[in-house]
Design a protein around this ligand. Structure first.
Ligand SMILES: [Zn+2]
Length: 308
């Protein structure tokens, strides 16, 4: 009888020990384990306790920028010429007839009532013209702005390949270029032309076809043709005396550069189109993305200013 009781006691002990060990295994696997705040924080920061199943899908996605497949052909830095024509989507959506928007034409005149331009571009132009006026230069005239493909084709047929580009091959088809004249004299002799040559970069514009870049652009010297690319790009091009073609090549070679303009520091990074899915999400909310219209995209990020 005592022997039987002893056996029963041993069985009870074995069962209890076995049960505890099963409990321990469940706890150890972490499946039902509720994390403490500290552990959750460590998991968020990618600490050792973070397991793949703990990562939310949204966190995974936000590591990279969501870039559309046709981004190569969209943006302010597109190279447009016979080899790299404007894609329909790239045309600026805010193109308006300037004559119908008197609020957009302060400080300059128009050659005719049909001139169209991106509204955003017109505002940058007005800011620039206002600065020139303060320097005593105030006889600006816009002779051409945005041209649609039909209008470009018409011009090409009328003027021939010596003086005009076929439809889609002109920057005017994009909405980011304008021909600026002076009501005083020819642009390369007028104070307006001289002022723009020295100062347009401060407002995001570049003299697109300079006299010393004919072999690179393939276009004759056009002292009137200005293109908007935006800051900080216009500043780098001015500083390094680069045409758009040279600048895009330079970015491709360098991969990443930094530029400081008026106290703001920018990081400019080039990515080939094959790497577009792996573009790091910029740390700063202030960034811009543009294609080069060839085979890559450029991400420009304004860096957060360090506290002083
Ligand atoms: Zn032009």
């Amino acid at each position: 009888m005592r022997k039987w009781f002893f056996m029963l006691a041993v069985i009870v002990i074995l069962v209890l020990v076995g049960f505890r060990s099963v409990q321990h295994q469940i706890g150890g696997s972490g499946t039902k384990h509720v994390k403490t705040e500290t552990e959750q924080e460590a998991a968020k920061q990618g600490g050792a306790s973070a397991k793949p199943e703990d990562e939310s899908p949204s966190k995974e996605e936000s590591l990279y920028l969501d870039v559309s497949s046709n981004q190569v052909h969209l943006g302010n830095l597109l190279l447009v010429n016979k080899d790299h024509p404007v894609s329909g989507d790239a045309v600026k959506k805010d193109v308006v007839n300037l004559f119908d928007h008197k609020d957009l034409m302060e400080g300059y005149s128009l050659l005719d009532a049909h001139i169209m331009l991106s509204e955003d571009l017109a505002r940058h132009f007005m800011t620039m013209v206002d600065a020139a006026r303060k320097d005593g230069v105030d006889h600006f005239l816009i002779s051409s702005g945005y041209r649609d493909f039909d209008k470009q084709e018409e011009l090409y047929k009328e003027k021939g390949s010596e003086y005009a580009l076929p439809a889609g091959a002109s920057e005017h088809n994009l909405g980011l270029s304008m021909d600026i004249g002076s009501s005083l004299k020819e642009m390369d002799k007028a104070p307006e032309g001289k002022w723009l040559k020295e100062n347009a970069w401060k407002y995001g514009f570049i003299l697109r076809y300079p006299e010393d870049k004919i072999s690179i652009t393939g276009i004759q010297y056009e002292p009137w043709h200005f293109r908007y690319v935006g800051l900080p790009h216009s500043a780098v091009m001015y500083e390094k005396n680069m045409a758009l073609e040279e600048y895009l090549d330079y970015l491709k070679q360098q991969g990443k550069i930094t530029e400081t303009v008026e106290g703001k520091t920018y990081e400019i990074a080039y990515y080939p189109s094959a790497d577009m899915e792996k573009i790091d999400n910029p740390a700063s909310a202030n960034y811009e993305i543009s294609g080069d219209n060839i085979d890559g995209v450029i991400v420009t990020t304004e860096k957060e200013q360090a506290a002083e």
